[in-house]
Design a binder for this molecule. Sequence first.
Ligand SMILES: O=C(O)CCC(=O)C(=O)O
Ligand SMILES: [Fe+2]
Length: 317
Amino acid sequence: MVSKTQPKVVPVVDLSDENLKPGTDAWLLACKQVQHALEEYSCFEAVYNKSTLEIHNSIFSAIKELCDLPLETKMQKASDRPFHHYFGQLPLNPRYETLGIQDPASLEGAQRFTSIMWPAGNDRFCESVHSFSKVVVELDQMVKRMVFDAYGVGRLYDSYKASTTYQLRCINYKSPLTNETTDLGLIPHTDKNFTSILHQNDVGGLQIKTKDGEWIEAAPSSPSSFLVLASDLFMAWSNNRISACEHQVVLKEKKARYSLALFSYIGDGVVQVPEEFVDDKHPLKYKPFGHFDYLRFYETDEEARKCKNPIKAYCGV
Ligand SMILES: O=C(O)CCC(=O)C(=O)O
Ligand SMILES: [Fe+2]
């Protein structure tokens, strides 16, 4: 008899329940689900209905308006931080362009970026970015707290939270101009931040690589769905308990695709593996390092960009 194995799918965890509070049984169960999904898939789909259909529609019309601005406007410098600038017209990813908004969940951050792109103001854009980012930052904080609790390092969560900063990347994959235009949206990669939370419009294309090396679709099940990915920093911080999620974008539909990525960074201080993650079976794998120093290394060192595991090359023991 031929044995049929279940097709792999991205795990889904519903985090919408208002009563999901630390210490409750529901919280402990969700902690275990999140931990298991991250250990097995390095990602999961979070359903979070505090992000409503109205927020979803308003952020995508805002992003379209941003991407329709002239190239010189989009290329203006909007942040001094590494990897926060405009990317586009890249030979490896010709259809991809992205702009980064620093500190998007604070009103000042959203206003600062808006006034650079629209000196005469654009309140609707600013409001859309701010409302969307506030909800997604809340989701990110909830997920991190669950991971810290699941591994018994909850005592470190508050200082971790205080040193976290965010960037919202607004991404556009341009419509193909001819039939020959590539369907490659974004080459396989891992992100260089701690977590990435991705949200897309109705045009699919995101794929993640499983432990067996198989690419599977990561299609959200609703407008309140987000894909939470572990990135390089998560892998280093957890001493390899959780791997960085390899992902890519393949554009099968002949349409423009818009997506959003909330990236989290450890802006202050040193990233260090908690002592709870180190024992005889799990020797220390990473030396303490600064997150932005790692980004600068990756940005300026061409060899680093070619290597399979740049975080290991940077601070591996
Ligand atoms: O567009 C997406 O869904 C993914 C974007 C992404 O992986 C990135 O910008 O690093
Ligand atoms: Fe990515």
